[in-house]
Design a protein around this ligand. Structure first.
Ligand code: PMP
Length: 435
């Protein structure tokens, strides 16, 4: 198995200087039994090399953005060009107009767009805009959906459906948590109950239309249609957080994803974007109906600004990434490879007597150590995290890089090959035989 002395030494040093040794808690190995995370030094295509020169096949894709594979030449070239032309102007550029047009063409519910620097910012601002537009303050969200780290969305469910939230994080005031109602996903009666009680005070219902944060979870047939109808009946806005889902399953968002039977009915009022649309550089964006977006400064009273917003480097990388994603057949290919891999994992688990529930949506899937379906957060929580942690480490020691969390998806990229899939299945067979 792989040795990682240099990663271990760097982690020990990182702990001296960086909180927890990591710049995002999701990178820590706390959830998989502890130990030093792997320090990577180079990435290309589907592979990573760590500081000890071990190679890994990567299924993390940096938590989603790297759908083209690492260091894709077209994106790299765009970033180099941007660097040579100066990385930050503080003025408008033609590039911003071009990416805005590309997003609007792909996501027709967005009449107007604004670029920011992260998914967190995009979501946070959609909430402000919805509040400005409706002149109401409460937000309804869904248990287990992650919408970034701003105060309002770091709130978990209270003791039952349609109770007021309690903060998920120290430092979030109770007064803010009380503006948030959390209900289970895929549960129309629970949403109805929440809207009956709080609908008249609710500015928006915030949802990941296809969930990416407690595994990959599809909405039940008709769920989003009903969610939108009920929300609008209450006079509130529908916000889709498509930071993960946009451009993940096809060239567009879940709003035009053919897998939805009620496609036409599911346009939101506002959409938050991030990740893939920046090609791996920091980005976020939000957009929506003209009358709502015109609440935003300088046109309207809702303030939002950003020194780095729309910077030429991020925008250039985003344009290049979307250009790559327009190539015919690439989503179908990721779908096929993900299907092979998921099938191989399932067979390896079965053979060794482990129950595994796989939720595949095109080129990404989640694998849950349980013998029940996973359609909401309760079901995703009720899976074997200890077993996942041991599986994760057995895979890592064979050069397979997954996210260190039982909730996180496996992301295929356009760089993965049939050989990578076979090697990964072989590693999984070995891992399951050792579990
Ligand atoms: N929304 C969703 C659905 C996300 O998955 C994430 C990040 N994983 C965010 C928002 C926050 O994005 P960022 O990390 O860029 O702030």
């Amino acid at each position: 198995t792989i040795q990682r002395p240099r990663s271990e030494a760097l982690y020990a040093e990182a702990l001296e200087h960086i909180v927890g040794g990591v710049n995002s808690p999701s990178r820590s190995f706390k959830g998989v039994g502890g130990g030093a995370p792997v320090f990577m030094k180079r990435a290309e295509g589907a592979y990573f090399w760590d500081v000890d020169d071990n190679r890994y096949i990567d299924y993390l894709a940096a938590y989603g953005p790297i759908i083209t594979g690492h260091a894709h030449p077209h994106i790299t070239e765009a970033i180099v060009r941007a660097a040579q032309n100066g990385v930050l102007y503080g003025t408008p550029t033609e590039l911003e107009v071009q990416l805005a047009r590309m997003l609007k063409d792909a996501i027709p519910s967005m009449d107007k767009v604004r670029f920011v620097n992260s998914g967190t910012e995009a979501v946070m601002t959609t909430i402000r805009v919805a509040r400005a537009y409706t002149k109401r303050s409460k937000i309804i969200k869904f248990a287990g959906c992650y919408h970034g780290h701003s105060d309002l969305v770091l709130v978990a469910a209270g003791s039952g459906p349609s109770t007021l939230g309690i903060p998920d994080s120290a430092g979030v005031p109770i007064s803010i948590a009380q503006e948030v109602i959390t209900v289970p996903f895929n549960d129309i009666p629970a949403l109805k109950q929440a809207l009956e009680r709080f609908g008249h005070e609710t500015a928006a219902v915030m949802v990941e239309p296809i969930v990416g944060n407690f595994g990959m979870v599809m909405p039940h047939e008709g769920y989003l249609e009903q969610l939108c109808a009920l929300t609008r009946e209450a006079g509130a806005l529908v916000i889709y957080d498509e930071v993960i889902s946009a451009f993940r399953f096809h060239y567009g968002s879940s709003q035009t994803f053919a897998a939805f039977p009620d496609q036409a009915a599911i346009e939101p009022d506002l959409t938050a974007l991030g990740k893939i649309i920046g090609g791996g550089l920091p980005i976020g964006a939000y957009g929506g109906r003209r009358s709502i977006m015109e609440q935003v400064a300088p046109l309207g009273p809702a303030y939002q600004a950003g020194t780095m917003a729309g910077n030429p480097a991020s925008i250039s990388a985003g344009i290049a990434c979307l250009e790559v994603l327009k190539s015919p057949g690439i989503y179908e290919r990721m779908d096929r490879l993900a299907g092979q891999l998921a099938g191989g994992l399932k067979a390896a688990a079965d053979k060794n007597g482990f129950a595994l529930t796989i939720n595949q949506i095109r080129g990404s899937f989640s694998a849950h150590f349980c013998n029940h379906p996973v359609t909401n957060y309760d079901e995703a929580q009720n899976t074997d995290g200890e077993l996942f942690g041991r599986f994760f480490k057995l895979m890592l020691d064979q050069g397979i890089n997954l996210a260190p969390s039982k909730y996180e998806a496996w992301f295929l990229t356009i760089a993965h090959t049939d050989e990578d899939i076979h090697a990964t299945i072989e590693a999984a067979e070995h891992a399951f035989s050792k579990l």
